[in-house]
Design a binder for this molecule. Structure first.
Ligand code: NDP
Length: 590
């Protein structure tokens, strides 16, 4: 392997794609474009605005809200209200109903509260309708529907000195003793800033608002019969496109896939869950064991066995094997990073060879090869995506890093050629690097009138990724500054849910009306975060994408988008001990 040549190629491919406008290249879905956000799944029902009081308000009805709500109910905190912009629970799984949507991390660790609900995932990688149904199951089992407000977006959160005032776009202004927020890292769809996007006269939609009324078929896999004979463009080749392209390839007359950067697409190896096998693993405490085992394997911590055994754990397995081969005296950081790079080169070479083995046309195969390290972009796994390019009606339009040039009234222009189409599907992803208040749709006004956006002006600051000094009785549920485990987001959320339920119960049981992170504890946590080596995701050597702020240096704010310096396993162990100790070091109860 000519390592120098590979490094050079990686940098060349990155350089082709670097652009100074970074996140600004994308369009917000406001004004003329706001119709792309309409909910195609549930009609809005009228209701009276709420002016009452609840013990806990949770913003977001996805996994974060569901698992935190469940843990609060288990702890005996009954008065919980979830506020959700969608028409039901599910979050990402409410919105993303595109054909072929399924989880990319094994269901046994991805789907939360399996042991508590008794649900047995039907497949190793469950499809979206099953995951959405599971969200509803959690909502029903824990009584979270009773007080929930759907199709409701929070517009303001203000601390009035004793409680939070929650205002929404439905005219609500109710109060809450505690608020928690799990608004998700990827919930604001974005469109590429391509000139002419408003001028297209055919049909168009974003993948997170799939228009089955236009395409025919449904999320359960019924073929999209109304696309027969239609010319369809899909823009984007990230994790979403990888899952829906095979279905489009089967349904459309002609499908044009517009590619700026190819994804790495490794083996999926999905299979139905064998009930006998499942019965053999599902002994008490099984899901927690599986969660901890997956995290240890995927993050390169010590683990005796690999229960999940998939593409996520494979890379760590390889790195560990290489490090084990090093003589004891040579296990320096430099040699370990070298071992990591070697394993990565080997893995990516295999992924590129897989393209050659599957895609019949050598030129198309060549253009589908990813030239970057595996964790530069979200790794993808699929057993039908590459095969789709062997369908006669499926055409890859590779733009060699430049992207689509223009949209006209009748089609899509790339590489100087117009492709006339009936429908454009935007698989262009979601806002990530933009500031919290923009993505959340509200800012928080905390103690002394300080806004969260002001407190975070130089980057995110928290204690444990959950508490913010100056914002009493408020909690955030998300991975950053905690475990930052990107390969299995729900693991971060279930742990945060447990932590929050423990704190709220403690406060209520002891008659404390307020709890807040101290300034010293927050400062010390931020110092600890900055003492680490930084995140492996987001390297400036990587091809641009949301993992590295589109290649634009985010400065100090970027250095704070990290997890515990010793990794996810260390964080989970730490937070478990912190919770169980009952001291709640770093929090002040009043
Ligand atoms: P991404 O942000 O990953 O992909 C957006 C795509 O649009 C990229 O291929 C991007 O190219 C392309 N694009 C942007 N602008 C242009 C342009 N002007 N011309 C042509 N192409 C353009 O969004 P996804 O919805 O695919 O995925 C988002 C995330 O959601 C994933 O990374 C993953 O975390 C999650 N997800 C998880 C799934 C799962 O677990 N099963 C399934 C689907 C998504 P470029 O790469 O060059 O920027």
């Amino acid at each position: 392997m000519d390592k120098e040549a590979i490094r050079r190629r990686y940098l060349e491919e990155r350089d082709k794609r670097l652009r100074p406008d970074g996140n600004d290249q994308y369009l917000r879905l406001t004004g003329q474009l706001s119709h792309y956000l309409d909910d195609p799944y549930t009609p809005m029902t009228a209701r009276e605005p709420r002016r009452d009081h609840v013990t806990v308000a949770f913003i977001g009805g996805g996994f974060a809200g569901l698992v935190t709500g469940a843990r609060l109910k288990e702890a005996g905190v009954d008065d919980v209200r979830i506020v959700e912009k969608g028409g039901d629970f599910g979050g990402t799984w409410y919105w993303n109903r595109y054909p072929g949507a399924q989880c990319d991390t094994a269901s046994y660790v991805y789907m939360p509260l399996l042991e508590e609900t008794g649900h047995v995932p039907t497949e190793k990688y469950a499809h979206a309708p099953e995951i959405l149904e599971h969200c509803r199951r959690i909502g029903k089992q824990y009584g979270l529907y009773d007080n929930a407000l759907f199709h409701t977006e929070v517009t303001d959160l203000t601390w009035d000195g004793t409680r939070w005032i929650v205002s929404t776009n439905r005219g609500d202004a109710f109060t809450a003793q505690f608020v928690a927020m799990g608004v998700g890292p990827l919930h604001v769809p974005k469109l590429p800033g391509i000139p002419g996007i408003e001028s297209f006269r055919g049909h168009s939609f974003h993948t997170s608002r799939w228009d089955y009324a236009y395409t025919g078929g449904d999320a359960l896999g019924t073929p999209m019969d109304r696309l027969a004979g239609k010319r369809v463009a899909i823009i984007g080749t990230g994790a979403t496109a990888v899952q829906c392209v095979p279905h489009l390839a089967r349904a459309c007359g002609e499908l044009y896939v517009f590619q700026r950067t190819p994804s790495s697409v490794d083996v999926r190896g999905n299979r139905p869950t064998d009930p006998e096998w499942f019965a053999s693993i599902a002994t008490p405490g099984w899901q927690q064991r599986w969660l901890e085992n997956f995290t240890a394997n995927q993050t390169g911590a010590l683990a005796e066995e690999d229960l999940v055994m998939d593409g996520w754990t494979d890379i760590a397995r390889r790195v560990r094997a290489r490090i084990a081969e090093l003589p004891a005296g040579e296990r320096t950081l430099e040699r370990m990073l070298e071992a990591f790079e070697d394993s990565d080169f080997e893995k990516m070479a295999e992924i590129r060879a897989r393209v050659d083995a599957i895609v019949a046309d050598p030129q198309t195969a060549d253009r589908l090869k990813a030239w970057y390290r595996q964790l530069c972009k979200r790794p993808c796994f699929h057993d039908e995506y590459l095969q789709a390019y062997n369908e006669p009606g499926t055409h890859l339009v590779d733009t060699d890093g430049k992207g689509v040039e223009r949209i006209t009234e009748t089609g899509v222009v790339a590489n100087g050629r117009e492709y006339e189409v009936d429908c454009v599907i935007y698989a262009s992803g979601f806002e990530v690097g933009t500031e919290f208040s923009r993505r959340a749709g509200y800012d928080l006004t905390g103690r002394d009138g300080v806004r969260l956006s002001e407190h975070w002006a130089d980057g995110m600051r928290t204690l444990h990724g959950i508490h913010v000094h100056g914002f009493p009785n408020a909690f955030i549920v998300q991975p950053t500054q905690g475990a930052n485990l990107i390969s299995n987001i729900p693991h971060n959320l279930t742990e945060a849910g447990r932590t929050i339920a423990t704190i709220v119960k403690h406060a209520l049981d002891h008659g404390h009306t307020q709890v807040e992170a101290t300034a010293e504890a927050e400062d010390a946590w931020v110092e600890l975060l900055l003492s680490g080596a930084g995140s492996l995701l987001g390297s400036p050597d990587c091809t641009p994408g949301y993992y590295n702020n589109e290649g634009v240096d985010p400065g100090r704010a970027g250095r704070l988008m990290v997890g515990h310096p010793q990794g996810a396993v260390a964080y989970f162990r730490f937070i478990d001990e912190w919770r169980s100790s009952g001291d709640f070091d770093g929090l002040a109860f009043r």
